[in-house]
Each structure stands twice: as C-alpha cells, then as structure tokens.
Design a protein around this ligand. Structure first.
Ligand code: LLP
Length: 427
C-alpha cells in the first residue's frame, strides 16, 4: 500500500465517520470543533468503542476478567469498565484509590505489583480487594504479618512460564530473566504455592501469568497457556489468569487478533492441555480495550523547512503526552482531522514542544500537502499508555481528556493548570 494513502479507518475509534465538512466525527462530535472547545492537546475517547471492547472482553473470558487500568485510568474509565462487568486490575495504591473513588467495589479490584509497600498491602487487605497477586517471597513475608486467619485474604500467585513473547524487551515479562513473579522451571513457584497454602490467613485462589505487552502473535499466549496448564492442573485451584498483552494495530496495514480470537485461542490451548472446564479462565487486557478508542489532537505551532534535509512540524504536545516513541521506538500515523480522507503525500518529522531533540512523535509522518501553522494534526490509537504515562516534563501541563458519545462530549479529566503544578511546592 502506498505510504501516501489516507489513514486507514480501521485505526480510528468505532463510531468514526467523515462529516459534510470532510472533518472527522467521533461519537457524533466534530473533532475540529472539540479542539476549539476544549483546546489542544486533547485526548478524545469514543465511549461506544470502550463499551464494545469491555463487553467483548467480558464475553471472551470468565467472570473476573479485569481491565488493566495502567493503560488508561480515570474515574469515568474505571466505572465504565466496572459497569460492563469487568474487574479492575490496579498496580499501585494510587490506581486502587482512583478505582475505589470511581465507586468500583473492592471485591472487583485485583491488586498487582512486584514491590508493593507495606502501606499498599494494608490498604488492599483492609478494603478487601478481590485478589492480591503475590509476586515475591519478600511479599509473602510481609503479607504473613498482616493477614487474619478469621478472614483469609484471597491471592493469586504470579508465575513466569519461561516464554519469550515477541515484543519489545522492555514490555516482555514472561521469560525466566524477569523481575516479576516466581519461576515455574526453577521450582520457586511450587515452593511459593506450598508456603501460601500453609498460611491460615491466605486463600490461594489461583495462578497468574503475564507474558508481555503488545504481543501480536497469539501463538505466544497459547504456548504459555500450555506451560501454565502443566503447572496449574495438579494444584487443583479455581482460577487461571493469563494476564494481558494482546497487541493492537498502530499503523496502516497492521492487523491484530481480536479479543475474541485471543480468548478462544487461550481457552482452546488450556482445554487441549487438560485444564478442566470448571476452572475460571480470566485475563487482564488493557491496550486492546482502550488503545484504538482514542486519538490525540494537536495544533501545529511552528514549521521548519530544511531544504534537502527534512521538514519539522512542531505541535503543542509531545513526549509528555506520548512517551512511547522515545521509550520503545513505537510507530504512529498522523493525519489532519479536518481532511481525513486526503492523501498524505508529504513526509515530515512530527515533533513536540519539549527541550530535547528526541521529542519526536512520528519520525517520518505522512501528512496531507500544505500543512500550515494553526492546522490540527492528530495521532490515532493513543488511548493506551499515553495519558497514563504522561509527565510534566518541562513543566508542560497534561492535556484534557474528553469522552464522546451520541453527539455529546464530556470532560472527564480537565487540562492541568499552572496552579496544579504549584500545588506540590512547599517553599
Ligand atoms: N497485566 C499485567 C500484570 C501487566 O503487567 C500488564 C501490562 C497488563 C495486564 C496489561 O497489558 P496490555 O493488555 O495493556 O498489554 N507502557 C507499555 C506497556 C507496559 C505494559 C505493562 N504491563 C507500552 O506503552 O507499550
């Protein structure tokens, strides 16, 4: 496919259409108008898309399937996911506090982390989360002193099945050489099971494994499921959680498996390996639910032409709202939301406003011709690990987030202000 093709619609949120002005509409809202109303940079989430993906996850796995809130968390998102029957996977006391503030009941929260603090463990035990996912022997020592035999705390044990998922090294977690969980191969996972089973204040409900993130190849999950099954079956436990990690398409021409296909493949592999049907098979998708639900709208502020070298187009955000390109070399498309169907013959370097040369959003962005200062440019598939990894580098304030549905836009996270930045200053 020629690189100058317009953006593929499959990369846009489900309700995306082109209106009579040639502008992108999401959830019945003209995104050009949203940029005027809410300012830029702006994350625009399609609520219908979020609901559909949560429903798909709830159907693909058993009760207990959780939304991985690290991919994108706000109170609105947590309550949306919970309203579709998903549990919420939290990986810190902060994420847990937001989920609880959203009204998610504690018994629908699963608490993760390779280094949970004593305070975080006390918090999780006090509110009675659904499961604490045990990650280390030190954590077992810590939790042993906190639990109460009269009211046992439910836990899953996180294991590393020894599978090398085909993804970026930083987001690969299932291999032996990992900071997470207990190794199956070395016997430490079994040792941990025995310890937990000997503790009267603990109820070991099941086993958990997460092999990595942005995994395109569903066979990696099936392979991990086979290894997990061999470990899991003799234990006779109730739940097997296969983690998250399903990859999504970010670029024209990329295709990823659906949540339904992922669920079917994992369940099939577990069944083939002899896992009884009575076992609850759960998962924790994050990216597959939220990534393609959102786009980021930026406004072009400066353009620098370097004849014979390249053109730099700078927008009003950058690595502070999307650190993925600089962290993982992740690719994105760019498009003009006021001309969604236009071919994109010009190749430019789309950069942000931060004080470093690495602040690149798309190194070789195909854009429509004649992009000018004041135009909007958007990146699709930014709903996961964009806002949630946003920073205040250069004391740039975090963008606002709107949810759109049925022609209505609601602000779910307001734009940060300089006063917010000052809030931590003591002297
Ligand atoms: N469960 C566990 C235990 C995890 O560690 C993760 C992601 C998930 C579920 C959700 O994975 P997902 O379905 O979203 O792939 N910042 C990186 C991704 C880091 C993922 C960390 N753990 C990125 O931007 O690609």
């Amino acid at each position: 496919m020629p690189v100058s093709d317009p953006l593929e619609f499959s990369l846009l949120p489900l309700t995306s259409t082109v209106n009579e002005h040639g502008h992108l509409d999401i959830g019945g809202c003209d995104v050009v108008a949203l940029a005027e109303q809410f300012g830029t940079p702006l994350f625009v989430y399609d609520e219908h898309h979020l609901h559909m993906k949560c429903q798909e996850a709830a159907r693909a796995f058993d009760d207990g399937v959780a939304f991985a809130s690290k991919s994108f968390l706000s109170r609105a998102m947590a309550s949306l996911a919970a309203s579709e029957g998903l549990c919420i996977d939290v990986a810190s006391g902060g994420e847990m506090a937001v989920a609880l503030a959203a009204g998610v009941s504690a018994d629908r929260i699963v608490f993760h982390g390779n280094n949970k603090s004593l305070d975080e463990l006390v918090y999780a035990i006090t509110v009675k989360v659904r499961h604490i996912v045990i990650d280390s022997f030190d954590e077992i020592d810590r939790i042993e002193r906190l639990v109460d035999a009269a009211q046992p705390t439910s836990v899953l044990l996180r294991v590393t099945p020894g599978v090398e998922a085909h993804t970026h090294e930083f987001i690969r977690t299932g291999q032996e050489d990992s900071k997470f969980g207990f190794s199956v191969a070395s016997g430490s996972a079994l040792q941990a099971v025995e310890r937990l089973r000997s503790m009267p204040g603990i109820h070991l409900a099941g086993i958990h494994a997460h092999i990595g993130s942005q995994v395109f190849d569903v066979s990696s999950f099936a392979e991990a499921a086979g290894i997990l099954a061999a470990f899991f079956i003799p234990l006779g436990l109730d739940e097997l959680c296969v983690g998250g990690g399903l990859g999504v398409a970010y670029l024209n021409g990329e295709r990823a498996a659906t949540i339904t296909e992922w669920g079917a493949s994992v369940r099939g592999a577990l069944r083939d390996a002899g896992v009884p049907d009575t076992v609850k098979v759960t998962a924790e998708p994050g990216r597959a639910i939220v990534a393609a639900a959102a786009i980021t709208l930026y406004r072009v502020g400066t353009i620098k032409y370097l004849p014979g070298i390249r053109t730099y187009v700078a927008v009003d955000g950058g690595m502070s709202d999307n650190p993925r390109p600089i962290l993982y070399g992740s690719g994105y498309e760019a498009f003009d939301p006021a001309r969604v169907l236009a071919p994109r013959p010009d190749c430019v370097r789309l950069v942000g406003k931060h004080c470093e040369s690495g602040d690149v959003i798309v190194p070789d962005a195909q854009v429509p011709d004649g992009i000018a200062v004041g135009d909007l440019l958007a990146t699709p598939v930014t709903g996961a690990y964009g806002y949630s990894m946003a920073s205040n580098y250069n004391r740039v304030t975090r963008p606002a987030v709107v949810f759109v549905r049925d022609g209505q836009a609601r602000l779910v996270l307001r734009r940060e202000t300089d006063e917010d930045l000052m809030a931590l200053e003591v002297e």
